[in-house]
Design a protein around this ligand. Sequence first.
Ligand code: CIZ
Ligand code: SF4
Length: 349
Amino acid sequence: TTAEKEARIWAIKEKLGEKLFIPGHHYQRDEVIQFADVTGDSLQLAQLAAENKKAEFIVFCGVHFMAETADMLTEDNQQVLLPDLKAGCSMADMANIDQTEKAWSQLKQLFGETMLPLTYVNSTAAIKAFCGKYGGATVTSSNAQKMVQWAFTQKERLLFLPDQHLGRNTAYDLGIPLEQMVVWDPIQEQLVNEFNTPLEEVKVILWKGHCSVHEKFTTSHIEQLRKNEPETKVIVHPECTHEVVRQADLNGSTHYIIETIKNAEKGTSWAIGTEMNLVQRLAKTYSDLSIVSLNPTMCACLTMNRIDLDHLLWSLEDLMEGKLRHPITVDKEITKDACLALQRMLERP
Ligand code: CIZ
Ligand code: SF4
């Protein structure tokens, strides 16, 4: 039964004590998040993993790229485990390293040495290493503005991987007009220059990737809401499309959304455009507010949801028997370069 499984997990946690560290991402299921030693967004979890020197085993309740980052930022004697290897991220999968190397060399023919690569942390370790190698950095949704500003102190223009929406929304907020942004399509292997902008005026090259969860929030959801419930405030994550972000009342990172709801005035109504588990948890925690998902059909991240009570239990029981269920160990060379990109971000909190 569920109660038995939960009891077994509590017992293992008790037995392993500080040797075991369980970080839990905000998009994880309730049944898993109850066991997390810390919860956070991807940036907070990366920082917490880097600070923790005591844990021998880090059982990461999140998705693959987050576990990779935790592995890269921790010591060699600390082992990161991912309870289900299928817990990936469809956005991270939209930029593989071969496509990126190829794009870089083609873009260089157009833009020469004027580009700096930046990658959203929602990307593979190899992409982070690519950015590190070429002087670039990682960004998260909570520091994207700061990192893009920094990037422009380094080079004239930037290649932003792999989320076109976060890249576009961030650059736009910094005053860069849409006309100065182009899109690199890795499938067609070509530049999409919607506004026929002369190349010398291009400031941002956006990789054509997106989050399949956040793209499900649309302007018609907002229009519907404005008509039926004009009092309701709309808050969305910047992984949503530019049109949705523009029409929303507020937009910001996972951390920003949580803080805004936490500080919201009693009795106010909110429609949130982000992952379902987080929205439902906020609705439950802040019951003096009215909180709904901006998309009434609810948008779950299926790969986040792969980590469930059973997978967490299996991972921990195997660990007790000395078996490692899905160790995440990033190649040394990749780690070295990727850490350059991560450090450039972590130095600018
Ligand atoms: O969509 C994601 O994966 C997000 C927002 C991660 C994070 O915590 O920044
Ligand atoms: Fe990836 Fe989107 Fe899921 Fe985040 S919510 S892990 S970006 S697929």
